[in-house]
Design a protein around this ligand. Structure first.
Ligand SMILES: Cc1cc2nc3c(=O)[nH]c(=O)nc-3n(C[C@H](O)[C@H](O)[C@H](O)COP(=O)(O)OP(=O)(O)OC[C@H]3O[C@@H](n4cnc5c(N)ncnc54)[C@H](O)[C@@H]3O)c2cc1C
Length: 382
């Protein structure tokens, strides 16, 4: 068993840790109030973060899933929300790279890797979240075009993406009736609404409405029946990436709290020397470390083409929960200052909480784990 990163991954990790500390962290709070300039996304492209799942021949890095996890963890130390660009670029890179027509791949993937093209992931609808297979958005073939009608809800980057992979009903009811099509968001008939949420402001999450939007037929990804399976395939590793984004954010709060606890004195000695204080730090550090190993194991399995659905679902509820609990503790462990917005803990808590829900809630994740343990005939969530 080898827990070492290879040389490339370690160099990438060090570069991103510096970038997170020097560039991302100082502006983390700023993007709660101001829109993120596009140059910041292009910078992620320059660092190789957005092309991790784009083949080198199309301008990407062709990196491993473990490297994507490393990137999420390091970026999150500076700005949790910036990891959403990485997540969505990996998902779009994989889906379009694997299932898109050659012309579509050549048109979209180089810009995706550079950060010039943002591609959202449109599965959730107002009436279909956890039960995504009941979605109602329709795509009908008319001549050489798909005509897409419906509404997607809670879509990350809805306010700023250039395209969206839209999962739509191309056939009958159920998961097998769902296909995927890449919809240009500047097409006539598309309207966007950005939500006002408790966190994740820079990701411009919102809804996308499609009113008979016409899309070239070759924007379809794979078969009419394959969309739901494609979405689940993407979730299976993005759940581990989400875990590492949450864990990196929480670890940063914990590291800052450790430094504070060495300096701050109460009752004549540093906080770190009060066992009631230090043991809380020890417990949270342990929970984060355990979840981190499960997240990397998931990505390691993915890189080897081995089954990882169970591990992905386990870590998707474990890591965000452990992260929320750790950051919450850090707020209290920093006293009144921890509760102030001058320190980043409160923003981190609000941002990480979003990923307790996004890509599958704890209840649904536990249902997937139980299904993997007991078998499909015992599915808990149907
Ligand atoms: C920050 C963030 C980013 C997101 N980004 C995207 C995105 O880019 N693209 C996208 O398509 N979607 C996105 N989503 C949507 C997300 O995937 C859904 O919110 C999620 O799948 C849950 O669906 P829902 O909100 O409709 O909740 P519902 O399905 O209505 O569930 C409501 C509550 O009931 C519980 N519940 C539901 N069914 C059961 C059951 N069988 N047993 C027990 N409890 C149950 C759920 O766990 C939840 O607590 C995002 C959400 C967030 C918060």
């Amino acid at each position: 068993m080898d827990f070492e990163l290879d040389d490339d991954a370690r160099a990438f990790q060090e570069t991103l840790r510096r970038y997170a500390r020097d560039v991302l962290a100082p502006d983390y709070a700023r993007w709660e109030r101001e829109p993120l300039p596009r140059e910041r996304i292009l910078a992620l492209g320059d660092l190789g973060v957005l092309g991790l799942r784009v083949p080198e021949a199309l301008g990407g890095v062709g990196g491993s899933y473990v490297m994507a996890g490393v990137a999420a963890e390091e970026i999150a130390r500076g700005d949790h929300n910036m990891t959403l660009f990485l997540q969505l670029a990996c998902i779009a890179g994989d889906l379009i790279g694997q299932y898109g027509a050659p012309a579509l791949r050549e048109r979209l993937l180089p810009g995706l890797a550079r950060g010039e093209t943002l591609i959202a992931f449109g599965l959730t609808e107002p009436g279909a979240g956890s039960d995504a297979a009941s979605l109602r958005t329709r795509a009908e073939l008319e001549g050489d075009e798909w005509v897409v009608s419906g509404e997607k809800a809670s879509i990350t980057l809805a306010g700023c993406a250039d395209y969206c992979v839209v999962f739509a009903r191309m056939g009958g009811a159920g998961a097998k009736g769902i296909g995927a099509v890449v919809v240009p968001l500047n097409a006539p008939g598309v309207t966007r609404t950005v939500y006002d949420a408790m966190g994740g402001k820079l990701t411009q999450r919102g809804s996308l409405n499609f009113d008979r939007v016409r899309v070239p037929r070759d924007h379809q990804l794979g078969a009419d029946t394959a969309g739901f399976a494609q979405a689940m395939e993407a979730f299976d590793y993005n759940r581990a990436i989400i875990a590492l984004a949450c864990l990196g954010t929480a670890q940063q709060s914990l590291d800052e709290t450790v430094e504070y606890a060495k300096q701050r004195q109460t009752f004549g000695k540093p906080l770190a020397r009060h066992a009631g204080y230090a043991f809380q730090v020890a417990e949270h550090a342990t929970h984060l470390a355990a979840a981190r190993l499960l997240a990397y194991q998931t990505l390691w399995l993915r890189d080897r083409g081995r089954p990882h659905t169970r591990e992905a679902a386990m870590v998707k509820f474990l890591a965000p929960q452990a992260s929320v609990q750790a950051i919450h503790a850090c707020i209290v462990l920093n006293g009144w200052m921890g509760y102030q917005n001058e320190l980043p803990h409160a923003q981190r808590l609000r941002d990480v909480m979003g990923l307790e829900i996004g890509d599958g809630t704890p209840e649904i994740m536990k249902g997937v784990v139980a299904r993997e343990i007991f078998g499909r005939e015992f599915i808990a969530y149907r």
